[in-house]
Each structure stands twice: as C-alpha cells, then as structure tokens.
Design a protein around this ligand. Sequence first.
Ligand code: ZN
Length: 371
Amino acid sequence: MNPSESRSEDRVEKQPPRGLRILGVPIRLHFTFVLLLIFIVTFGARGGESALFNVIYILALFTSVLLHELGHVAVSKRYGIRTLEIVMYPIGGVARLERSPKPAEELWIALAGPAVNVLIAAALWSYLGFMRAEINWNALTAPSDANLLARIAIGNLILGAFNMVPAFPMDGGRVLRALLARWQPEDKATRMAAAAGRVFAILIGLYGLLSMQFMLVFIAFFVYLGATQETAAVVGRSLTEGIPVRSAMITDYRTLEHGTTVREAASMLLATSQQDFPVVLGAQVMGLLGRNALLRGMAVDGPDAYVAGIMDRAFPRVGPEVALVEAIPLLAQTSCVLVMDEDNLLGLLTRENVSEFMMLRKFGMSADARA
Ligand code: ZN
C-alpha cells in the first residue's frame, strides 16, 4: 500500500485540527468565543471611536490573548511538555497540554501567560512615553482613535490581572494550587483552588446580576464551569493514579485476519460492541482498523476490498506497565490504543473502557476485582 494512503487514513482516524497554527500549535475558536466576537463587533463601537479602530482594538486584544497562551506554550516546552491545542474561550485562551505539569513546573507555566501581558503593556507604555504622547487618564473610559494604544496597554493589564485572580481555572488559581501543593497532597490542593474558583464565580455572577452587567454573569458562568471541570479531571487523575495500563485494558476482544474483507469486517462491527479492530497476520499485529476508516473504506473501495488496504499501520501503542495516567492523553487523539508487550498484543485501551474503569474505581471496586 502506498504511504500517502496510510496518511490519509490517519486523518480520518485521528482528525488533527486543521486551520490556524502558531509555533506548530493548532488554534481553535470555541463557538462561544465566536459568539462573543460577533457581540462585541455589533455593539462595540461607541463614542468617538471609528469602526476601523474598534476592529483594530479587538484584533489587538485577541492577539494579546494568543501571545499570553504562547507564553504558557513556550514555558511548557522548556519542561518538555507538548501543547496539543489552544482553544479560545470568552474568558481567554486555554492551552491544552499533553500531560499535566508537576506543581513546580505549573507555577512557572501559569505565571508566563500574565507575564506576557505585563510585557506588552510595558512595551506600549514605553513607546507612548518615548513618543511623548499625552495620556489623558480621564478620557480612557471614553474610547477614541487617539487613545487606542493606551487602551490596548490597559486591556493587557486587565487581562494579566484577571488571570492572576487566585481561583481556578485562572492562571492565578494554578499558581495557588502549585503553592498549596508544597504543603498538601496535590488533589487536595486542586480541590481548594477549584473551590476558590467556584466562590469567585458565584461572587462575580451575583455582582453582575445585581449591577445588571451581564457580561460578568457570562464570565462567571465560564469560570464556574472551568473550576468544576478541573476538579473532575483531578478526581479522574487520582482514580487512575499508580495503576498500570494492564489493569484497565480490554482483554476480551476480536481481531481481524489480514485477509478479511471490508464486508466481513463490517458485519463484525455490527455483531460486536467493538469499534476498533486489531488486524493480525498469525500472531503478528499488522494494523488497526477503526470504525471511521472501515466506513470510509466501504464507501471508497467497496465491500470486497481487504482490510489490509485501509487499516492504520502506524497505530498508537503502549506497554502494559505504563501508568494509566500517562496513557490517557493518547486517547485524546485516537479512539483506541493497542496494549502491546514487544510484539505481543495483550489488550485494547479505549475511552469508554477507561471511563468505565474509573466509574468502577469510584464505587470502590479495586483494579483486581474485575478479573
Ligand atoms: Zn493563562
């Protein structure tokens, strides 16, 4: 099979985000962020500001948020942590990291973002000072074309300050967790920082409601959501802590012989609850056939084609003794990971079975009890 075919197969299976990339990191706009942009552009232009400068102002703040995230990305990279993607939410960006940083690393990763905003503000102030620009402090609340740079500088200071609020999921909350984690177990530190996040969210939500500033209610909602998600992620992590992949993998599964046709594979897909099939030649694993690839093969090559021609030969794999915590991030990009000891296939790891495993652990079933 030619390599370009197998690469197009990867695209179907792993669906790497297309579009904007900076420093190799894909940038994704969350739909709520797009809504916010539309809202600002529609209602944003006020007072003495021209529509053009309003757009420039928004683009400048958007770029500032991106640079803030790239600050996180750059420091993460120094610790050898890859960034999977940057998602733009209304309350700012989120850099999704390949693995969660250790507390000492997280401290500097979290500080790097707001530091970028402070640097941008300082650079703009220096420039304005150098140009001997008159800054009318009282006029800053009334946007005009003349005070554009000063407003961008202040916008960056606000971004930096808002992100340093010591509440999850803000950077300040991460700093707080990293500091708490010096004296507390990590999951307890997270719970405390997340609780601070929820309290903060409720306070700004209430204030927003009482003062009729619905933008604040909007922000509060996202902070609350973020704090809750972060707690869930940490609970998930503590449920999988210290457990090897071997204990959570699927051991009862079907494989497809190398000479299987797409038609036979499709009936196997229907007959079982399995969605990803290892393709084997004798005892040797040749590839992995996921549901999407199978359906696509059915449509493109027809039911009489062989699975060997449409399977993924560069399938993701992991050793049985690898910690489950480290294997889970692989499942963010693919639906199934093969658990292999050298060349021997031992089991499969899928998102569903990992979440089932965590549910069982939550109800107190130990890892060995399921056997
Ligand atoms: Zn940040």
